[in-house]
Design a protein around this ligand. Structure first.
Ligand SMILES: O=P(O)(O)OC[C@H]1O[C@H](OP(=O)(O)OP(=O)(O)O)[C@H](O)[C@@H]1O
Ligand SMILES: NC(=O)CC[C@H](N)C(=O)O
Ligand code: SF4
Length: 568
């Protein structure tokens, strides 16, 4: 197993514990929920964007039978394909030129099936008829900023008398400079922010750029791409945006370093875009018609014409590697690299690093579902079986993106060890990632007690998560992470891994080295964000927040989420 030089360990992680750094400085009126099925709809705590537009001209064969004016009916299907990105709330805004409410937004807490009542044909049909539109944007939320209630569900709609200023948008990501932007807005006595959320701040930034007040007298009204240029200059962080206005104009934009993925395509007059390619593929788009939107680029649809333009310079990319490791749908291709093939390659990297003596009773067991591709590939390379020793309840969601205090209980009830498969086995337990270790803690005892395994050797198809994320994965403090403490307290990697294994009750534990990531994703390391495994952040605000997070960890203080506390 390759060792990381002790010098690397003595870096930020040791500083974290030993050297405190400088201290740091209503329900929305547009929410429509006309279907009352009489059931208890109390909030359930459970992001991805999608966009659709039937352009003028011949009707697309992919269009629903109701015709182009009801192209929005395809939205639930698209959102289901990216449900892996968020299951807290679901929403859609549609544009229909014949309606008084040119834009109308429907959003509900819960996953796509719950929100759109997909298991109840009559109710689902009523919703689709009520919200039918030629163009639509959709959103599934995983909270990284603000609360988990319906007020924070997206799309956000901003009504205005002037059609070009009346817009709705959904966004995936996290504004790292949220606190700074918020404090700037609040520096004016006349201003008030109703929700403590980056989505609200982004809405104000979009509205401000859309108004011509900041322009010299007589200047032309800003176009959608002008708006995005202005907004882009103000933001630091991850943001994929889908926006629709009451004039029937659409914009889909990706941040200048491409942290979050966006795919788009145009086939037979049907335009579609989504956080992930799988949503387009399953609509019936030919793979050659599905493209990755470039970092700093935006697609606009104005006067029925689609155009791809650059709105911001992109001196480098920093695609989030964690999309391939955990977040994305395994059936997607992001920035021309298949998620499945990347996970398979990570498993092969695990096999190449394996030093355990294998015997006739050695088996690989994946922690389903995400680690399955890596586990199977590892087993194949090692020439040993990959067995389903842990069954996942298919009706349970993804617990990591669910967050919340009840996660441990949910994890515990999500997996069932199969004694028939595991008894007496020496298990290589393959996990895609360990973040807070909630999953591992719940599993190891049960594998021993219920599964009666002989030995458990944890193999993680990802390097140790040593630093927070400020770009859209909800792990923004050092204190919540499992690995940093062990790496700081031990002189070398082997001792750190031994201490981790002991804490978790495993016989051994190994992670992948950082270098495996770029190899598996088949991109230069410099084109990826790997900040949570290297502590090297691709943006200035990320670097600043990291210092605050270290300081917070050393002092034991700090906000629940680092960017929520950090202001100017
Ligand atoms: O160390 P932790 O804080 O527990 O986080 C990591 C775990 O969370 C995820 O599982 P999740 O249940 O979200 O997803 P999956 O069932 O889709 O693999 C991931 O696959 C790991 O199992
Ligand atoms: N996961 C996301 O992209 C979250 C979007 C936004 N930051 C929110 O919390 O709603
Ligand atoms: S810090 Fe990690 S999780 Fe966050 S964007 Fe970068 S690679 Fe992805």
């Amino acid at each position: 197993m390759p060792r990381r030089p002790a010098a690397t360990l003595a870096g930020p992680l040791t500083r974290l514990l030993l050297m405190p750094l400088d201290p740091r400085g209503q329900r929305d009126s547009s929410v429509n929920s006309p279907i009352d099925d009489g059931s208890d709809d109390s909030p359930r705590h459970e992001c991805g964007i999608a966009a659709l537009y039937h352009l003028p001209g011949a009707t697309s064969p992919l269009c629903p039978p109701q015709g182009p004016e009801e192209a929005s009916r395809l939205m639930p299907r698209m959102l289901l394909d990216i449900q892996n990105r968020g299951q807290l709330s679901t929403g859609m805004t549609t544009w229909a030129p014949g309606r008084d409410l040119l834009l109308e937004t429907y959003k509900e807490l819960g996953g796509v099936s719950e929100a759109f009542r997909l298991s109840h044909r009559g109710k689902a049909e009523a919703l689709m008829t009520r919200y039918a539109g030629r163009a639509a944007i959709g959103h599934v939320r995983y909270a990284t900023c603000g609360k988990e209630d319906l007020n924070f569900a997206q799309p956000f709609e901003h009504r205005h008398l002037q059609k070009r200023k009346w817009f709705a948008f959904g966004f995936n990501g996290q504004l790292a400079n949220y606190g700074t932007l918020r404090d700037e807005i609040l520096a004016t006595d006349e201003h008030h922010v109703a929700l403590k959320s980056d989505t609200e701040i982004l809405m104000h930034e979009l509205a401000r750029q859309r108004s011509s007040e900041h322009l010299p007298p007589g200047a032309p009204q800003p176009s959608l791409i002008d708006v995005m240029r202005g907004v882009g200059e103000r933001l630091d962080g991850a943001y994929s945006i889908a926006l629709l206005n009451a004039q029937g104009e659409m914009l889909v934009a990706r941040d200048p370093i491409g942290l979050k993925p966006v795919s788009y395509g145009l086939q037979d007059n049907l335009f579609a875009a989504a956080s992930e390619s799988v949503a387009l593929l399953n609509l019936g788009f030919e793979p050659e018609n599905i493209h990755a939107l470039g970092a700093g680029e935006a697609v606009t649809i104005v006067d029925g014409q689609m155009k791809v333009e650059r709105y911001a310079p992109s001196p480098r990319t920093a695609h989030c590697f964690f999309e391939w490791v955990y977040f994305a749908n395994v059936a997607s291709t992001l920035d021309d690299r298949s998620v499945y093939l990347a996970r398979k390659a990570l498993g092969e990297e695990l096999a190449a690093n394996e030093t355990l003596e294998l015997d006739a009773d050695t088996v690989v067991v994946p922690v389903p579902d995400t680690s399955k591709a890596a586990a199977d590939a590892m087993a194949y390379k090692l020439g040993i079986p990959s067995v389903e020793g842990l069954m996942r309840n298919r009706y349970s969601g993804r617990t990591f993106i669910e967050g919340g205090d009840a996660r441990l209980a949910k994890v515990t009830s999500k997996y069932t060890p199969l004694r028939q498969v595991l008894e007496g086995k020496k298990v290589l337990l393959v996990e895609d990632s360990i973040v807070r270790s909630t999953t591992m803690r719940a599993l190891i005892g049960r594998l021993r007690d219920v599964g009666r395994v002989r030995e458990i050797h944890v193999r993680v198809a990802c390097p140790p998560i040593v630093a927070p994320c400020f770009y859209g994965i909800d792990m923004s403090t050092v204190g919540e992470l499992f690995a940093p403490r062990f790496l700081a307290e031990n002189q070398d990697l082997e001792s750190a891994y031994a201490a981790m294994a002991e804490e978790l009750g495993a016989d051994s534990l190994r992670y992948l080295p950082v270098e495996s990531i770029a190899r598996a994703i088949k991109k230069p390391a410099g084109d990826l964000c790997q900040a949570c495994v290297t502590s090297d952040y691709p943006t200035a605000e990320g670097q600043r927040l990291y210092q605050i997070a270290l300081s917070d960890a050393a002092s034991g203080n700090g906000a629940a989420r680092t960017y929520e506390g950090a202001g100017v």
